[in-house]
Design a binder for this molecule. Structure first.
Ligand SMILES: [Zn+2]
Length: 104
């Protein structure tokens, strides 16, 4: 299951009615009651904003997990180099250096 696609499928459209007097002002087919303004009054914008916020949090969480996994792998790599006693030679040849166990 692609969680982001599932979340996107939860988004809703603005309320539309055959009698456009009752349609949301943001419905793409328009609305007849101009006295209602131009803002969504059917709840779709509020609902979809919450879906977007959940998706944004999920993406940030995935990025954080990816960074933690990467940092953990780099620390393990650094430890392995240290155990082999070739850390200095490898860093010298590669032009990289270790700062606090991190390759930079
Ligand atoms: Zn609406």
């Amino acid at each position: 299951m692609n969680i982001i696609e599932e979340l996107l499928s939860l988004k809703i459209r603005h309320h539309g009615c055959e009698d456009t007097w009752y349609s949301c002002p943001k419905h793409p087919d328009g609305y007849a009651n101009k006295g209602r303004g131009t803002e969504c009054d059917c709840g779709a914008d509020e609902h979809n904003d919450k879906v977007d916020a959940v998706i944004a949090e999920l993406v940030l969480l995935q990025v954080k997990i990816h960074r933690e996994e990467r940092d953990s792998a780099l620390r393990a790599f650094s430890d392995a180099l240290e155990e082999l006693g070739i850390e200095d030679e490898l860093m010298r040849r590669s032009g990289m250096c270790l700062v606090g166990g991190m390759v930079v």
